[in-house]
Design a protein around this ligand. Structure first.
Ligand SMILES: [Zn+2]
Length: 190
């Protein structure tokens, strides 16, 4: 599914399915041996993946982006097993802390939990273009355009995570739409 775009960067086709519909994925792209389906006593069963988590990855639940997120994380970043934290608007709540304090409390609590319990040393945060959650947050930094705001929130989130966890590396990415494709750009710390 991955193909080289004209910019020379990896691009991933957007999943053109309506919200709420089932994701259709190419099994060759998604199934690792650890995920292989077996049949035991006539019933499908699925293997526990006992490999340690290499990273906590926070991103939005927009179904158009899930295939691209997974391919980017497993192939480009090379994580064989990771902890996905999927929440509408990705890390929006770090920037919108005073605007949506409950969202921040929930997201921050989840991140702290998975970093501590999973003992992950790397956190990857991704925000994306055309995020419907951001569009829904009317009144939140209305003067800033979404790509600016989304990147700014990534930087705020990275700062907060780094401040609380020593020895944890944070990488931030902006997922941009280019026609029917999605490409990822690393966002440097502020
Ligand atoms: Zn979104």
């Amino acid at each position: 599914m991955r193909c080289a775009g004209f910019t020379g960067k990896a691009q991933y086709p957007i999943t053109m399915l309506a919200w709420g519909s089932t994701m259709l994925m190419n099994p060759d792209d998604q199934i690792s041996p650890a995920m292989a389906e077996l049949v035991v006593d006539g019933k499908p069963v699925y293997k526990v993946d006992a490999r340690p988590s290499q990273a906590l990855v926070v991103h939005c639940g927009d179904p158009r982006f899930q295939s691209a997120f997974r391919l980017f994380i497993t192939r480009e970043l090379g994580f064989q097993n990771y902890t996905p934290l999927i929440i509408g608007g990705g890390v929006h709540a770090f920037g919108a802390q005073s605007f949506l304090p409950k969202n921040f409390k929930t997201l921050w609590g989840q991140i702290k939990f998975f970093v501590k319990v999973g003992q992950v040393k790397q956190v990857v945060i991704i925000n994306h273009e055309d995020c419907l959650w951001y569009k829904k947050m009317q009144g939140y930094e209305a003067k800033l355009k979404l790509p600016v705001l989304g990147r700014q929130d990534l930087q705020t989130a990275a700062r907060t995570i780094l401040r609380d966890f020593t020895g944890v590396q944070v990488r931030s990415f902006w997922a941009a739409l280019e026609g029917d494709n999605i490409s990822f750009t690393e966002v440097p710390p502020a």
